[in-house]
Design a protein. Structure first.
Length: 321
């Protein structure tokens, strides 16, 4: 099929648009002579093309065989290379395993040797430490024995001296206590006599002085009550008058501002509230100050009267004594 296709292409390029088959058909149509020659010509052309095709087929077959042989040879070489590589890898892995085993064995041997040396060293250090501890203990015992004897002798001397000092101090303290007891007894008897005299004088003079002080104090209280009531009435009148004036002033100012500024109700209300709050705060401060002043004045008067009474009573008692 491919040969016929390329033959038609070659015939078109060689003979032009009119092929030999068409020319032969035209000739056969024009004349009926030469049919045998045309059949012989077709057979020769077929034989020629069959021979060329056979040669090409053999060439193609040889080429296929060569390609198959090349692929088989390549496959064989790759198989041999893979087998060789696998053997090399197994050999290397075996060598590596042997190397790891040898290395672990060498490490174990070195560790065993170091462990043995370390045990020997530890035994030696233990013996050295034991000998040093025994020597230090013997030295400490000898030093302690000597120091213990010296300390015991010194302690005995100190104890005997301290005991003698304690006995002397006890004797001196007993003598001082006896003297102090005699002096205290004399002083106590004297103070008891003086106290009895003072109590007699006080019991004799105290009722009269108390009655006098009570009368003076009751008169002072009545006078303070009257003054306090008058002050409270005056403060209430002054407070009400102040509130009335402040409230009237505030009401007038608020009315004027409300008429002048009708569109500003909220700020004016706030101002009125603040003004009222200020007036109330001033009034409250004034009332508190007045109350504090009154309380301070009353306390001062009461303290002065108390001091006068005490001074008078003290003078009378001293004069009586």
């Amino acid at each position: 099929y491919i040969a016929r296709k390329f033959f038609h292409l070659w015939a078109k390029k060689t003979f032009g648009q009119v092929l030999p088959s068409k020319a032969r058909k035209i000739k056969l149509q024009n004349s009926g002579v030469g049919v045998f020659c045309l059949c012989f010509y077709d057979q020769k052309i077929l034989q020629k093309f069959f021979g060329e095709w056979k040669e090409q087929w053999t060439v193609c077959r040889e080429r296929k065989l060569t390609l198959r042989a090349d692929s088989h040879y390549r496959h064989l070489l790759l198989n041999l290379i893979f087998k060789a590589w696998r053997a090399y890898v197994c050999q290397q892995q075996g060598k590596r395993n042997k190397y790891y085993i040898a290395e672990s064995h060498a490490k174990k041997q070195t560790m065993l040797r170091t462990w043995q040396h370390w045990l020997v060293y530890v035994d030696g250090q233990r013996t050295k430490h034991g000998m040093q501890s025994v020597a230090l203990a013997f030295r400490e015992r000898s030093c302690l024995r000597i120091s213990w004897a010296v300390w015991r002798r010194q302690c005995y001397q100190k104890y005997s001296g301290h005991k003698m000092n304690i006995l002397a101090l006890q004797h001196w303290a007993q003598s001082l206590q006896f003297r102090a007891w005699l002096q205290w007894q004399e002083l106590y008897l004297y103070t008891q006599n003086e106290k009895q005299k003072d109590t007699r004088a006080v019991t004799h003079h105290q009722p009269w002085e108390l009655r006098r002080c009570m009368e003076a104090w009751l008169g002072y209280l009545n006078l303070n009550r009257v003054k306090k009531h008058q002050n409270e009435l005056a403060q209430e009148f002054h407070r009400s008058r102040t509130l009335r004036t402040c409230f009237s002033d505030w009401q007038l100012s608020w009315e004027c501002r409300r008429r002048m500024h009708a569109h500003q109700r909220h700020p004016e209300k706030q101002a009125a509230r603040t003004a009222l709050w200020r007036v109330f705060a001033h009034w409250k401060h004034y009332v508190l100050c007045v109350k504090e002043a009154q309380q301070c004045e009353l306390a001062e008067k009461h303290y002065k009267c108390h001091l006068l009474v005490l001074q008078k009573f003290w003078g009378c008692w001293k004069s009586h004594l």
